[in-house]
Design a protein around this ligand. Structure first.
Ligand code: SAH
Ligand code: SF4
Ligand code: F3S
Length: 441
């Protein structure tokens, strides 16, 4: 049997796309190789959000090309956002690549690999004939949790971001299709679903005039499906986080008490240059509204330092916003110019040493604030979805709270179970605890 190996870079959307890629390869009769060494078909599902994933991919591809020289039958397929961004020159840059496909072309991968024969098919790829991979076979990585794609593409114009160029304009999946997929997953034993889109809160707008709906309604429809214990979603854009979605979060039992709300910068001036279309004040108001509606809400965010023109005062606004909101966790990024985006050609690019200094200071504040949030959980009993053994200590179990914090704990749990865990200790990123024994009746 021929074997494949998929290496995934980038976000949850890409990780989910890889599940479809694997499902498709298995449909073609390939089996998964334990590692890249043992594979005949090497697939890279790439990311190009910052320079770092580009560089990392180049190193992986270098190894794959060396392997192909030793074993000429090896097929190299490159998919994802970097492939789309480099579509004009990918085959010139890397003649060893056999197949390339963009994020919207996964349904074509099978034809391009050549059914059965694996002849070299250099499929064209692009944004014109994008299709949801929702109907493809899927190789799910996690038995009790699942990603569900609700939209593809993005209509925002954030000046730093490459995503609209590589994933195209937003197309929403029809509500019936989403609900049918979640229903199938629940019947399969999935207890937690994460709805995925570049901007989940603008979902549904492009379905007009056929269908009049919005994201809050989709949350309610998913909440009504039997067997789904937890619903998550990522990412909402603060500009589109409207009252109906807040109400649905507050009223749906399965929707978790967590919002990942990308702030990017705490400076209104920089937010404007980023074209985020909200101000610091409006964002903070949204945080207040969310917290008033959803008690004990966890908030996480994405932050960028070193955007062109960012002054020390702008940067301090970001530090202050982290303190003021009190984020449970934050992904922090150094601004990385992306070819073709507006910000890449702005004047006042920030020097690398200034960026480095700012990211270090930001990480320190983020960690201190997160540590404080996690310490506040000590002594509480939290509902945990058991995922498996702890990554660092196999004697412990690992799971996640509804607020999306990882907990390592002692107990007698089975993966997929929901258990009560008493929290005993906290770091800035994880909790430690012991499974609570139900009091005797
Ligand atoms: N659509 C999602 C995810 C976008 S990519 C959203 O809008 O929330 C994930 C994060 O990467 C972004 O939120 C942003 O913080 C960061 N990012 C995007 N482009 C970047 C760039 N050019 N340099 C540094 N960070 C970037
Ligand atoms: Fe990029 Fe902005 Fe769209 Fe997110 S909302 S994918 S940051 S353009
Ligand atoms: Fe995701 Fe990277 Fe593409 S973050 S959308 S895989 S550019």
């Amino acid at each position: 049997m021929r074997r494949y190996h998929v290496t995934t870079f980038g976000c949850q959307m890409n990780a989910h796309d890889s599940e479809r890629i694997k499902g498709m390869l298995e449909e073609l009769g390939l089996g998964e190789a334990t590692d890249a060494e043992a594979a005949d078909v090497l697939v890279f599902n790439t990311c190009t959000i910052r320079e770092k994933p580009d560089t990392k991919f180049a190193a992986y591809l270098g190894q794959a090309i060396a392997r192909k020289r030793e074993r000429p039958g090896t097929v190299i397929a490159v998919g994802g956002c970097y492939a789309e961004a480099q579509r004009e020159r990918l085959f010139d840059l890397y003649p060893e690549v056999d197949v390339a496909f963009g994020p919207g072309s996964i349904p074509h991968l099978g034809e391009w690999l050549g059914a059965g024969g694996f002849g070299v098919a250099r499929g064209s790829f692009g944004l014109d004939d994008r299709a949801f991979a929702g109907e493809l076979p899927m190789h799910r990585e996690r038995p009790f949790q699942a990603w569900v794609q609700i939209s593809m593409g993005c209509n925002s114009k954030c000046s730093y971001c490459i995503v609209p160029a590589v994933r195209g304009r937003e197309i929403s999946r029809r509500p019936g299709e989403v609900v049918a997929e979640v229903t199938r997953l629940a019947a399969d034993g999935v207890r937690e679903v994460t709805l995925l889109g570049q901007n989940v809160n603008s979902w549904g707008r492009d379905l007009l005039p056929d269908i009049r709906t919005e994201f809050g309604e989709l949350l309610r429809a998913c909440d009504a499906i039997d067997g789904v214990e937890r619903i998550r979603f990522t990412s909402p854009h603060p500009k589109d986080f409207r009252a109906p979605v807040i109400a649905a979060m507050a009223e749906c039992d399965a929707v978790c008490e967590h919002a990942h709300l990308p702030l990017q910068s705490g400076s209104t001036r920089i937010l404007k240059a980023m074209r985020r279309t909200y101000t610091r004040e409006r964002y903070l108001r949204l945080v207040d509204e969310l917290r008033a509606a959803v008690p004990d809400l966890a908030l996480t965010t994405d932050l960028i330092v070193g955007f062109p023109g960012e002054t020390e005062a702008d940067f301090r606004d970001t530090l202050a916003a982290v303190e003021e909101v009190g984020y449970d966790a934050a992904f922090t990024f150094v601004y990385s110019p992306r070819a073709g985006t507006d910000a890449a050609s702005m004047e006042d690019q920030i020097a690398d040493d200034v960026k480095r200094d700012r990211i270090e200071r930001l990480v320190e504040v983020v960690q201190r604030v997160a540590q404080r949030c996690n310490e506040a959980r000590v002594g509480r009993v939290e509902e945990v979805l058991v995922e498996g053994p702890s990554r660092t200590d196999p004697a412990l179990f690992r799971g996640r709270t509804r607020r999306n914090t990882t907990v390592n704990f002692t107990g007698t749990a089975e993966p997929g179970e929901l258990v009560e865990v008493r929290i005993e200790a906290a770091t800035s990123t994880t909790l430690r605890g012991a499974q609570a024994v139900a009091a005797a009746a």
